[in-house]
Design a protein around this ligand. Structure first.
Ligand SMILES: [Zn+2]
Length: 335
């Protein structure tokens, strides 16, 4: 959250986030909020005010385990991923209370949008959703209409064509209304069938699915059943945290929430568990797509420690742009 370059800002569109660039920055350095957007093909040199670790100098650190020791440790960390379900274009008071709460922790998080609701959204709500996307939130596709019945669901027992159309319309309306490309899907009720697999594979924007199929051709992140019981009722903190511990072997722990169903007590529970989870050294909060791009690139990004305070960050072989956050004050240049 520290950088020394300041000045008037201008807005630059970027496919994933709306980015922030600064006329006094070195050429091509892009910022998102206070975070550096490190782009594939680039090499950056970062100099900290004081030493930040005791790693050997004139040494290259490459591969996930070594990256964890360097200032780029967040890119290799184990993940906690928040999956908050059932957001609609008209953002309710409870959703706003929820967003304020999680944003207060400075963590990345994600919310599943029921996309048809954008068809009738007003200017104020659209502005609110755009504001969220400039913060640390990923919006993902949680169906067009969220239809669920005992025998059938929007993505279970519906034809291929209908499933494809619902996915396509959803991606398109979010692009059109918010200028934002969704990359992640999670089915309403987590109910899906073989047509869902086929339809998703025909939507090139979608790379990640939540609670999908391991062999479905997309990057699947399974849910850790930690948060609610029954669905929509948040477990008290002791229960929540002891169940969380049962999943400690997982690289990513995906937590499903329904914030619009919570009462005052549950909002209190949520603060208590976030106090605890944000203090863990072993994991950090990521969005689903952010986790996917980090897993894809974490073995090919390397760090060369030049001297006690200076590092060369090599994104030459990376496939994606990565948001990078440092714990200490620094200056940056690009090569
Ligand atoms: Zn839902």
């Amino acid at each position: 959250m520290y950088r020394k370059l300041t000045g008037t800002s201008c807005w630059v569109a970027f496919s994933l986030f709306v980015c922030f660039c600064d006329p006094t920055d070195p050429p091509e350095v892009q910022w998102y909020d206070e975070l550096l957007l490190a782009e594939p093909g680039n090499v950056y040199e970062v100099t900290f005010d004081t030493a930040v670790d005791s790693l050997a100098v004139q040494t290259e650190y490459v591969g996930r385990d070594q990256l964890l020791l360097t200032p780029l440790h967040d890119l290799a960390a184990k993940a906690i991923i928040i999956k908050a379900d059932d957001l609609r274009g008209r953002v309710t008071g409870k959703w706003k209370r929820y967003f304020q709460l999680v944003e207060g922790y400075g963590i990345h998080h994600s919310a599943g949008l029921i996309c048809q609701s954008l068809a009738s959204v007003d200017k104020l709500n659209r502005a609110y959703l755009s504001f969220l996307l400039r913060k640390r939130c990923e919006l993902w596709l949680h169906g067009w209409n969220h239809f669920l019945s005992d025998s059938r669901a929007e993505f279970q027992g519906s034809s291929y064509q209908q499933q494809y159309d619902h996915l396509r319309m959803s991606v398109d309306i979010v692009q059109e209304q918010l200028g934002y490309t969704m990359h992640t899907f999670g089915a309403p009720g987590n109910r899906l069938d073989d047509n869902t697999t086929l339809a998703l594979n025909a939507i090139p924007e979608i790379k990640v699915w939540l609670a999908g199929k391991e062999d479905g051709g997309l990057f699947d992140i399974p849910i850790a059943w930690v948060t609610e019981y029954p669905s929509g009722t948040l477990r008290p903190p002791e229960q929540f945290l002891s169940r969380f511990d049962m999943f400690r072997e997982r690289d990513a722990i995906l937590l499903q929430l329904h914030p619009n169903a919570y009462d005052d007590a549950e909002f209190g529970y949520l603060s208590t568990v976030l106090d605890s989870l944000t203090s863990l050294d072993s994991r950090i909060f990521m969005t689903p797509y952010q986790y996917y791009i980090r897993v894809t690139d974490r073995d090919v990004i390397s760090v060369f420690k030049i001297d006690e305070t200076k590092y060369r960050l090599n994104f030459t072989a990376a496939k994606f742009g990565h948001l990078v956050e440092f714990d200490q004050p620094y200056t940056l240049s690009i090569h």
